[in-house]
Every structure is written in structure tokens, then in C-alpha cells.
Design a protein around this ligand. Structure first.
Ligand code: NDP
Length: 497
């Protein structure tokens, strides 16, 4: 552990194949949310640093050092990256827990998924793509896919490694060069990922990483004319700002934003399975998951029984430091975020909702220096309350009651978000009927949360634009070119001569 701490004591950015401090040498502390300790110092990147990274990516793209490689060769780099992630899995897992706070178990899954994501795109990029069309003779029409160019990738702190990989793997597979910005709160595992890129010998300038504040570095990436696309994951408010900023240079934009996702439990569902998944849906990652099932809707005939059992189980969740193997739920990521979640809990009380369990910061049991919050349940809520409408992004759930299928769907769709949603029922037809009415991009029947590299991830409504993962996630990072070849080379004869 001491060795690990020494290794991350001072981070650097990766620009044009070199490790760099920020141009003005400023740094910011990186905090372990389980105990408030400073674990590292990260460069406070500037606009000049962002521009250096953008120019490096531009040059590498224009010279074709990456896009010009056969897909097989790009794929072989990606396979090597996946192997290295496996090789460093233990280190990456511990670093993720130290920086983000998530449990070792959660971090371990993320690391495994990250390696699998690189392998998935390494495989996909060598498969056939494009189309040919039968148009009027003597023309052969076809479509080819090409990289977009320089892609700006901006990610949040809740899955520091995995969210980075969801963007980096497909964008590199497609032949783009990248300027990547991790969250200032969690730059540690992204930095390790870039060490891996160096180790496998990615050509200079292909993958660049700039750290620093979103409104400075992120904004420069979103606005710079030499960046062809911006792919962003984060809050809806920031996403709207990025979309407006990117409009000036007409960049391609892909946005994975927030959610307030419904988890609908019908009376005919397997009760214990529904309770179990509902707990997982909200308290995994301490609720700091974009797809969290933060609104549980329960059919009125089982409502009281459900709330009682759910609260009973929630109280038993073992909250503690992520590096304790017995911990089931870790801290929130930062003091700032802790304060935000606690403010929402206060707001819920002021709005007239009732706390069925939790509702407090945890300071006992040696957790006083960390940012821990009890698994919290609100009941007696109304649809228009802010705790029902707004993303809290913490271990706070509202449990609402519904009469019938129609009301469940109305409540479920009744926010500005449309990221995810679940339905629990033993009636297969009803399950599918309800899912088809949900205005959400990611859905589950009798399950919640599991997702796969093969399947698209993204939201309807104000939860975003575009999709990550699967073939859809690759296409986000590709342009489509129409090619028409005249097979009979003679004048068209449109004008008299
Ligand atoms: P933010 O929107 O605050 O930040 C996300 C990233 O954007 C960070 O790197 C941040 O930089 C950067 N940023 C902030 N302001 C700007 C700006 N003006 N211009 C460019 N970049 C900027 O989100 P959080 O980090 O708080 O993450 C939580 C949010 O992410 C939640 O709403 C969650 O739902 C969403 N999310 C969505 C997912 C999805 O797939 N739909 C997945 C995961 C999370 P910095 O913080 O370093 O200043």
C-alpha cells in the first residue's frame, strides 16, 4: 500500500507522448474520500496545456499515424492494452478504491469490464462495415466509415476508469486521436491507463490526457476549432453547456447525462428478488450511478410490506471504507458531493416527505473523517417534489405507490430524464408492455443494473444524445462517407458544347 501511495504521489499529464506538469506548475490535491487524506497531487491544467494536447492530437491524426494503420494493427494495440489492464488489475482496483471510494468488489468489476471493453472493440473494428447500393447504372454507390478526427473525451468521477474506457476504446478503435480529460476529483486510474498506453507503445500524439478544471480545460476542448467531436459523460447541466459551446464549431456531440430512473415493482413479482434488486439498484456505488433506480414505484397492495422489508434490509447494509473487504457500501466521492446529498435530504424533509430509514451522515465507528451517508429511504413523497424530480446521486431513494399499470407508467415517465428503468413482474407480457412504454434508453425486466459491452448505453430526453458501447458506440466515433463511382467514363452531356 505504501508503495502504491508513493507511485501516485504526484501525477502528470500525458501530451504528445510525454509526461508533463501543468504549464504554470500548479497542482491540486486528490483526496481519499474514506478518510479525507491527500493521496496525490494532480496538475492543474491550463488552456495552454489543453491546446498543446489538441495540437498533438491534430498532428497525429492529420499525419495518419493511427488512422492509416490497418484495423488489424490498431486492434492488436487494443488487445495489448486489455492484457495490461488484466496484468495490473490488482493495482488498478486498489487505486480506484483509494481515489473514488467504491468498494474493492465494485472496483474489481470495473477493471474487468474495462479490459473486456478494449477486447470487444479490438474485435469489432476488424469486422466488415459499410454498405454498397444498387443504384442506376453505370454508377456503383457505396458507404464507408471513417474516423471523425480529433475527439475530445470528458468524463466524470463515478467510474473513473470504466467511463474513460467506454470512450477511449471505441474512439481509438475507429482510428481517431484523442484529447481526454478525467474528472479533477478522480485522475488516478486514468493516469495509470495512460501509463499502459505508453507501455504498449501507442504512437506519439494519438492519446493525450489533460487534467484540470472542467470550466477551463473541458471548456477549451469543447470550444476549440481543431477538435472535431466532443464526447461527454456527466451532469445534464454541464452537458447542456457543452452542447452550446460545441455548436460554435459545429462539432459532433455525444452526451451521456444524468438520470432519475424508475424501478417499477408489481404485486405479482417475486417479492424477495424485487427487494434485493431494488437495493442493488440504488445503493450500488453509494447511489453515485447514472442509471441508479432512485425512484421505486410499488403497486399499492404490497406497498407497506415492500417499504418495511426494503428499509429493514437497507439498515443492514455495511457502510465503511471501500478497502475493507467486509464493506458493502463505500463513501461519497468528495466533501462537496457529501454536502450536496445532505442538502437534498434536508430538502426532502422540508418538502414534507418522511424518512423511513437513514437520513444522516455517518460519523461513528471511525468514519468521521470520511464522507459516509446512511442508506436513506423517503416515503410520503409527491411526484412534483424536487427529491422525486432531481438527480441526488447518492444513497437516497424515494418509494412511491401506484394503483395500476397506467399510473405506474405515468409516474415513471414523469421527469425530464430518460436514462434507465426496471420492471419486476411474473407476467411476461405485462413486463414487456410496460418496458415498451418507458421513455428510457436502458431497461431491465426482473433485474437492475447489469449491462454489457455488446449493448448500447444512453438516454432519452434530457439524459443525453447518442449511445456508448456496442456497435452503436463505435458508430458515434465514425463519419459516414458516400462514394459514387462512375463505371462508364464519358461526359455527362448536360450542357450543350
Ligand atoms: P459534471 O458534469 O460536473 O462533470 C463531468 C466532467 O465534465 C468532469 O470532467 C468535469 O470537470 C467536466 N466539466 C465540468 N464543467 C465543464 C465545462 N464547463 N466544460 C467542459 N467540461 C466540464 O458531472 P460529475 O463529475 O458531477 O458526474 C456526475 C454526473 O455524471 C451525474 O449527473 C451522472 O448522472 C452523470 N453520469 C452519467 C452517465 C451516463 O452514462 N449517462 C455515467 C456516469 C455519470 P471537473 O469535475 O474536473 O471540473
Amino acid at each position: 500500500m505504501v508503495e502504491l501511495k508513493n507511485r501516485i504521489a504526484k501525477l502528470k499529464m500525458f501530451i504528445n507522448g510525454e509526461w508533463k506538469d501543468s504549464e504554470n506548475k500548479e497542482t491540486r490535491p486528490v483526496i481519499n474520500p474514506a478518510n479525507g487524506e491527500v493521496i496525490s497531487h494532480a496538475p492543474e491544467g491550463t488552456i495552454a496545456d489543453a491546446r498543446a494536447a489538441i495540437y498533438a492530437a491534430r498532428k497525429a491524426f492529420d499525419e495518419g499515424v493511427w488512422s492509416g494503420l490497418p484495423a488489424q494493427e490498431r486492434a492488436s494495440y487494443l488487445f495489448k492494452i486489455a492484457d495490461k489492464i488484466d496484468e495490473y488489475a490488482d493495482e488498478l482496483t486498489h487505486l480506484e478504491t483509494m481515489d473514488n471510494g467504491k468498494t474493492l468488489r465494485e472496483a474489481g468489476f470495473d477493471v474487468g469490464d474495462a479490459a473486456a471493453c478494449f477486447r470487444y472493440y479490438a474485435g469489432l473494428i476488424t469486422k466488415p462495415d459499410g454498405y454498397t447500393y444498387h443504384v442506376a447504372d453505370p454508377v456503383q454507390a457505396m458507404v464507408v466509415r471513417e474516423p471523425v478526427g480529433v475527439c475530445g473525451l470528458i468524463v466524470p468521477w463515478n467510474y473513473p476508469l470504466l467511463m474513460s474506457v467506454w470512450k477511449i476504446a471505441p474512439s481509438l478503435a475507429a482510428g481517431n486521436t484523442i484529447v481526454f480529460k478525467p474528472s479533477e476529483v478522480t485522475p488516478v486510474t486514468p493516469k495509470k491507463l495512460f501509463e499502459i498506453f505508453e507501455e504498449v507503445g501507442l504512437p506519439k500524439g494519438v492519446a493525450n490526457m489533460v487534467m484540470g478544471a472542467g470550466p477551463v480545460v473541458g471548456n477549451e476542448i469543447a470550444s476549440h476549432p481543431e477538435v472535431d467531436m466532443v464526447s461527454f459523460t456527466g451532469g445534464t447541466k454541464t452537458g447542456k453547456h457543452i452542447m452550446k459551446t460545441a455548436a460554435d464549431t459545429m462539432k459532433k456531440v455525444s452526451l451521456e447525462l444524468g438520470g432519475k430512473s424508475p424501478n417499477i415493482i408489481f404485486a405479482d413479482a417475486d417479492f424477495e428478488t424485487a427487494v434485493d434488486y431494488a437495493l442493488f439498484g440504488i445503493y450500488a456505488g453509494a447511489g453515485q450511478v447514472c442509471s441508479a433506480g432512485s425512484r421505486i414505484l410499488v403497486e399499492e397492495t404490497i406497498y407497506d410490506q415492500f417499504v418495511a422489508r426494503f428499509a429493514e434490509r437497507a439498515k443492514q447494509i455495511k457502510v465503511g471504507p471501500g478497502n475493507d473487504p467486509s464493506t458493502e457500501m463505500g463513501p461519497l466521492v468528495s466533501k462537496e458531493h457529501l454536502d450536496k446529498v445532505l442538502r437534498y435530504i434536508e430538502l426532502g424533509k422540508q418538502e414534507g416527505a418522511t424518512i423511513a430509514c437513514g437520513g444522516n451522515r455517518i460519523v461513528s465507528g471511525g468514519l468521521d473523517k470520511g464522507y459516509f451517508v446512511e442508506p436513506t429511504v423517503f416515503v410520503d413523497v409527491k411526484q412534483e417534489m424536487r427529491i422525486v424530480q432531481e438527480e441526488i446521486f447518492g444513497p437516497v431513494v424515494v418509494i412511491q405507490k401506484f394503483k395500476d399499470e397506467k399510473e405506474a407508467i405515468k409516474l415513471a415517465n414523469g421527469t425530464v430524464y430518460g436514462l434507465a428503468g426496471g420492471v419486476f413482474t411474473n407476467d411476461g407480457a405485462k413486463g414487456l408492455r410496460v418496458i415498451k412504454k418507458l421513455r428510457s434508453g436502458i431497461t431491465w425486466v426482473n433485474s437492475y443494473h447489469p449491462t454489457y459491452n455488446e449493448a448500447p448505453w444512453g438516454g432519452y430526453k434530457q439524459s443525453g444524445i447518442g449511445r456508448s458501447l456496442g456497435t452503436f458506440g463505435l458508430e458515434e466515433f465514425q463519419e459516414i462517407k458516400q462514394i459514387n463511382i462512375n463505371l462508364q467514363v464519358e461526359p455527362i452531356g448536360w450542357f450543350s458544347n
